[in-house]
Design a protein around this ligand. Structure first.
Ligand code: MG
Length: 267
């Protein structure tokens, strides 16, 4: 069966004289081109909606963060702790998971407005899901919206949502070489958070090497260490959020004065 389209064409003919003739290569090639075109169209449509989201957010002075990372790296725990510290001002959340509203329940219990998106078989959030969720969430001007993406180090890197910043969480229970194995995700990051630092003494994860691997694929990327459990490093993270909010406000003031600072999506 063809891995790309799922079709069931025979890839090999056996001729009457017993010789075999394979169509696998030509067939895969044909579908590869079709697939690339479809993918480009899907991404272009997504980017157009992401631009719209970015403009919608900028008009309200809302800072949107796309929070990404593998399943179980501590994205939701980080948000719970961030809300507990209450240092980030008004913060609302869009929760992306394939199934369940478990994380939305946790975030609501922590005191924030939240919209849960279930993607079913989907492995990432896309811009139209975020567009609908933003309308439903109606974040207040000057607030922060964290979009917790579906746990995955691959696909979410491809789909812009209209966010201003991308934050990737890497826990010490994963491997310190993950930035090298998933370079697209780490290259897209504005900030890398090394989480579960309370567990660092018990695992072989080399924090310095994880940070240098992240900088190999994304030179100059900011790397912070924290533990949502103990609260260590939380201040660095909330300060980063404050600075980003300030930057957004300053940018908005500059926009009033003159053109040239319109939100733009870069791939
Ligand atoms: Mg979660």
């Amino acid at each position: 069966m063809c891995a790309i389209c799922g079709c069931d064409h025979p890839h090999e003919h056996v001729h009457a004289d017993g010789t075999r003739h394979s169509h696998a290569h030509a067939h895969a090639e044909h579908h590869h081109h079709e697939h690339v075109e479809v993918e480009a169209r899907v991404l272009a449509r997504n980017d157009a909606i992401a631009e719209r989201n970015a403009a919608w957010l900028a008009a309200r002075g809302v800072l949107a963060i796309n929070l990404m990372g593998a399943p179980g790296c501590g994205k939701t725990s980080l948000l719970e702790r961030t809300l507990k510290e209450r240092a980030a001002g008004s913060l609302a959340v869009i929760e992306g998971d394939q199934a369940t509203a478990n994380d939305a329940v946790r975030i609501r219990a922590a005191g924030a407005a939240v919209v849960q998106v279930n993607t079913g078989t989907g492995c990432h959030l896309d811009a139209s899901m975020v567009e609908r969720s933003l309308r439903e969430l109606a974040p207040s001007p000057g607030s922060v919206v964290v979009i917790e993406n579906v746990g995955n180090l691959v696909c979410p890197a491809l789909f812009r949502l209209g966010e201003r910043r991308r934050v990737v969480v890497l826990s010490v229970t994963e491997g310190d070489d993950k930035p090298l194995k998933y370079p697209h995700m780490f290259r897209a990051a504005d900030l890398v958070l090394i989480s579960k630092m309370d567990l660092a003494p018990h695992v072989d994860f080399d924090v310095a090497s994880a940070a240098s691997n992240a900088r190999l694929v994304n030179p100059g990327v900011a790397v912070l260490r924290l533990s949502a459990k103990t609260g260590s490093g939380l201040r660095d993270w909330t300060s980063w959020l404050e600075r980003e909010l300030e930057g957004l406000r300053d940018g908005a003031h500059r926009r009033v004065e003159g053109p040239g600072d319109a939100p733009r999506i870069e791939r």
